[in-house]
Design a protein around this ligand. Structure first.
Ligand SMILES: Nc1ncnc2c1ncn2[C@@H]1O[C@H](COP(=O)(O)OP(=O)(O)OP(=O)(O)O)[C@@H](O)[C@H]1O
Ligand SMILES: [Mg+2]
Length: 371
C-alpha cells in the first residue's frame, strides 16, 4: 500500500510499531481497545529511556502530554472528544494518531461542511438496490460513523463547527443514545453502538461563529484546546520531522541546513509577536502563522530549489517562499511583511551576518515583485 498511496493512514504507516506495541502491552485495555491507555500515549508522544522498552518509538505529535492524556481519558469515557485550536496546530493529525492507536482504523471520517446532511452521519440508501430488492439492511449504505458504532471503534468528524445545526442535533442523539434507528425498516431497525465506539471531532477556532455549537452538544464533548506551538525546540522538531517525511514522497533526501531552519523559526516567532501586539486586524497578517504553515514554506522552498535551482536550499529561496505564502492580502499583508523586513530583518542582517543578508535580499525582491 505504501508504494501506491500518496498518503497512507497512520495505522498503515506505523503498522510495524503498532504490532510491536500490541505484542508487549500487558496493561489493561478499556473495551475493545487495541492498546492500553499508556501505550496509546507512548505511540503518540514517543518513548523515553525511562519506559524501558527494547525499541525506540518516535514522537509523532508534539505538544503537552496533559492534552494527550486528557484526550485518551475522554475516549474511554461516555463523552466524545473535541479538539479545538487554530488552523494547522495538528488537531487532525492527533485525531488520526489516536484513532490508529486505539482502533487501528483512522479512516472512518466525516468531513463537516455547510453541505453535510444527516445522511452523512447516519445512513443512506443504494437506490438501484432499493428498486430491485426493496429497503433492507443490504440496500442501506452506512455512514462512517454508523460503521464505527457497529464495530466499536473510533469515528472521526472533521470541522464540526462547519456543519449545520440539524447535523449537530443528529450527533447529539448518537452520542447520548448510542444507537441509530432506521424507521424505514420494519425489523432489525436499530443499530447499537458496540463498546469502544466514540467520536473524535475537530474544530477550527478561527471558524467560530460559522455554526456555534449548541450547549446540548457541548455537554456531550470534552474540549481539548490545542495551542499554537511556541516552544522553539519542539517546533523545530515538528518542522524537521514533517518536512523530511513530505520530501521523502518526492524521493528527496535533503538535510535542511540548521541555520536556515533557525531563520525560518525566528521569522515566524517575530511575526507572531508582531501579530499579538497589533492593534487591529489590518495590522495583523491574515495567516495564523501555525507550525503547519512553516512546514509549507519550507517544503515549497525545497521543491523550488530542486526543480528550478541547483538542488541546494538557499536563504533567498526560503525568503521568497515565506513572502509568497504569507502575502495573501494585498496591500495589507505585503505592508506588514515589508515593515518586518525593514525593521527586523535588515538590522539583524547587519548585526548577525551569516545567511541573514541573503534572506534579506530574497525577501526584498519577493516583496517588490508582489507589490
Ligand atoms: N503539534 C504537532 N505535532 C506534530 N505535527 C504537527 C503539529 N502541529 C502541526 N503539525 C503538522 O502540521 C500539519 C497540519 O496539521 P493538521 O492538519 O493536523 O492541522 P489542523 O489543526 O487539523 O488544521 P485545520 O484546523 O486547518 O484543519 C500536519 O501534517 C502535522 O504533521
Ligand atoms: Mg484539520
Amino acid at each position: 500500500m505504501t508504494d501506491e498511496t500518496l498518503r497512507a493512514p497512520a495505522e498503515v504507516k506505523y503498522a510495524d510499531e503498532l504490532d510491536w506495541l500490541e505484542s508487549v502491552d500487558d496493561g489493561p485495555k478499556p473495551y475493545s481497545w487495541r492498546l492500553s491507555p499508556r501505550m496509546v500515549r507512548l505511540f503518540v508522544l514517543g518513548s523515553e529511556r525511562a519506559d524501558g522498552l527494547d525499541r525506540q518509538i518516535d514522537q509523532k505529535w508534539f505538544g503537552d502530554r496533559s492534552f494527550v492524556e486528557r484526550a485518551i481519558v475522554t475516549l474511554a469515557s461516555d463523552r466524545g472528544l473535541l479538539l479545538i485550536g487554530d488552523p494547522g496546530t495538528g488537531k487532525s493529525w492527533l485525531a488520526e494518531l489516536l484513532a490508529a492507536a486505539i482502533s487501528r482504523n483512522s479512516t472512518l471520517v466525516v468531513q463537516g461542511t455547510a453541505g453535510t446532511t444527516e445522511d452523512h452521519i447516519k445512513y443512506s440508501w443504494n437506490v438501484s438496490m432499493v428498486i430491485a430488492k426493496g429497503q433492507s439492511r443490504q440496500s442501506m449504505i452506512p455512514s462512517p460513523i454508523m460503521t464505527a458504532m457497529e464495530s466499536g471503534v473510533i469515528g472521526r468528524f472533521e470541522e464540526l463547527t462547519r456543519s449545520t445545526s440539524d447535523v449537530q442535533d443528529a450527533l447529539i442523539s448518537i452520542l447520548s443514545e448510542k444507537y441509530i434507528s432506521i424507521p424505514e425498516l420494519d425489523d432489525d431497525n436499530i443499530v447499537f453502538a458496540k463498546p469502544g465506539f466514540s467520536i473524535i471531532a475537530t474544530a477550527n477556532s478561527r471558524d467560530r461563529g460559522v455554526n456555534d455549537l449548541s450547549s446540548a452538544l457541548k455537554r456531550r464533548f470534552n474540549f481539548v484546546r490545542i495551542p499554537v506551538v511556541t516552544n522553539k525546540r519542539s517546533e523545530a522538531e515538528i518542522v524537521r520531522f514533517r518536512t523530511t517525511e513530505l520530501l521523502r514522497r518526492h524521493r528527496i533526501e535533503l538535510e535542511v541546513p540548521p541555520t536556515l531552519l533557525d531563520i525560518l523559526l525566528q521569522s515566524f516567532a517575530d511575526l507572531r509577536a508582531a501579530s499579538a501586539a497589533a492593534g487591529s486586524d489590518d495590522e495583523r497578517l491574515e495567516s495564523a502563522l501555525s507550525t503547519a504553515e512553516q512546514i509549507g514554506v519550507l517544503e515549497d522552498a525545497v521543491l523550488h530549489s530542486q526543480f528550478f535551482g541547483d538542488r541546494t536550499l538557499r536563504a533567498q529561496t526560503l525568503a521568497a517562499s515565506l513572502v509568497g505564502s504569507l502575502a495573501r492580502r494585498s496591500p495589507e499583508d505585503l505592508a506588514i511583511l515589508n515593515k518586518y523586513w525593514h525593521g527586523v530583518v535588515e538590522p539583524r542582517s547587519k548585526a548577525d551576518g551569516g545567511e541573514w543578508p541573503a534572506f534579506l535580499d530574497g525577501g526584498r525582491e519577493a516583496i517588490a515583485t508582489l507589490s
